[in-house]
Design a binder for this molecule. Structure first.
Ligand code: ZN
Ligand code: ZN
Length: 239
């Protein structure tokens, strides 16, 4: 009821073209969904990035780098449509886009995530100053919604970003790695509250080379977490 009422007062906007979505009840325009590239096989068995040849197991990045996590899922290949959508979601207060993102994550990966028997979802944290400025952590909203849909606890404060990092997209690979390593620490107080958390799935909006997920994963693994997986909305290179 409240939902319907809100829909009348604030009709839902399409996360891609920003127009009012019709018919009512839909979360994205029919045409706009075609501008999103859903990740399909063949994909890298580690990071889920599309690969060209079916007989290759891993993408170039995963072949080159030793990554500490098990593996992960990404929903969309990075392109102009999704990059704009996620940018507005993060920077222009378009929190309602999360409903569409979560719905698609559940539709495409809900069963796979359930089968992994994940103990907790952990969003990649923002530095306190960035979170205060933005007012929310985009990945925390996704983790919470996904957790609710799949009945998995989400623990938003398990990791802390203790170093204000430069924007990853402005850096080259080597700088990214240096920038991100040691940026995260465990929140011991929060960890103590949760017993039997062995398998954790990190949640982030965009995956590039994997350095952020890897840095978070290393912190978790050095604090008695046994296996780390991840899920992201978008994955890609060259931006
Ligand atoms: Zn649209
Ligand atoms: Zn890969």
């Amino acid at each position: 009821m409240i939902c319907n009422l809100l829909n009348v007062i604030y009709p839902r906007r399409c996360p891609i073209c920003t127009d009012i979505v019709t018919p009512k009840g839909e979360k994205i325009c029919k045409e706009c969904i075609n501008s999103l590239v859903y990740i399909q096989e063949p994909r890298c068995k580690k990071c889920s990035k599309p690969i060209e040849h079916e007989d290759h197991e891993y993408c170039g990045d995963c072949n080159k780098n030793k990554l500490s996590y098990q593996y992960g899922f990404a929903l969309w290949s990075y392109n102009l449509s999704i990059s704009q959508s996620i940018s507005d979601y993060k920077n222009k207060g378009k929190k309602e886009y999360a409903d569409f993102y979560i719905e698609e994550l559940v539709r495409c990966y809900g069963d796979k995530i359930k089968r992994l028997e994940i103990d907790a979802l952990v969003p990649v944290p923002l530095h306190k100053s960035r979170q205060n400025y933005r007012g929310y952590n985009q990945s925390e909203i996704i983790a919470k919604g996904l957790g609710k849909a799949l009945n998995i606890v989400s623990i938003p404060k398990l990791l802390i970003r203790n170093k204000k990092t430069l924007r990853q997209k402005d850096l080259n690979d080597k700088e990214r790695l240096e920038n991100i390593q040691k940026a995260f620490v465990i929140n011991k107080e929060v960890l103590l509250k949760y017993k039997n958390i062995n398998k954790v799935m990190l949640v982030d909006d965009i995956y590039t080379t994997g350095s952020t997920i890897d840095a978070c994963s290393k912190v978790l693994l050095s604090n008695k977490i046994e296996e780390v997986y991840f899920v992201t909305l978008s994955i890609g290179q060259g931006y």
